[in-house]
Ligand binder design. Structure first.
Ligand code: FES
Ligand code: FES
Length: 172
């Protein structure tokens, strides 16, 4: 038996004897995708967050504590897949413009957590009054040792408001 999934659109097939290997190790060692960061390694900080889609549902998932065995049939996106060539995504640009990060080690995790949230909002816009709670739910557990929390939050909120305005036709 094998475990099949995609990473950034590329098909992957791994033998069952790799079932217990953490996704993060596979990304780093098999695919040389090192943008996803290892920090705590025990499922606490969310620096290692990636986007995992199964069916119609996309989830921001930590990769350090997720074994390959649970990823059969999923599509995984890492931070390397967020920009389109040289064109940064809206949230990457917002993090830059808001000076959200300092050392940047936690940033790939924040990018992926926020990217999943923004996709969810684009697919199903929420009321502005619900936004703070939604952002807190999406990135509130991410740890930034440089303590850039407020600026991350502000960048996500500004980007989310634009998404909501685009989707609802509201004036900003
Ligand atoms: S490195 Fe995965 S949660 Fe901290
Ligand atoms: S910017 Fe340094 S850990 Fe977050």
């Amino acid at each position: 038996m094998t475990i099949s999934f995609t990473v950034n659109g590329a098909s992957q097939r791994v033998a069952d004897d790799m079932a217990a290997e953490p996704l993060l190790d596979y990304l780093h060692e098999a695919l040389d995708l090192t943008g996803t960061k290892l920090c705590c390694g025990i499922g606490v900080c969310r620096a290692c967050t990636v986007a995992v889609t199964k069916g119609a549902t996309t989830t921001a998932m930590i990769s350090c504590s997720t074994p390959l065995s649970v990823l059969d049939g999923t599509d995984i996106r890492t931070v390397e897949h967020v920009a389109q060539g040289e064109q940064l995504s809206a949230i990457q640009t917002a993090f830059l413009e808001n000076f959200s990060f300092q050392c940047g080690y936690c940033t790939p995790g924040f990018v992926m957590g926020a990217t999943v949230l923004l996709e969810q909002i684009a697919a199903s816009p929420i009321e502005e009054a619900q936004l703070d709670r939604a952002i807190a739910d999406a990135i509130g557990e991410h740890i930034c040792r440089c303590t850039g929390y407020v600026r991350y939050f502000e960048a996500v909120k500004a980007t989310a408001l634009k998404v909501i305005a685009d989707k609802t036709g509201a004036r900003q």
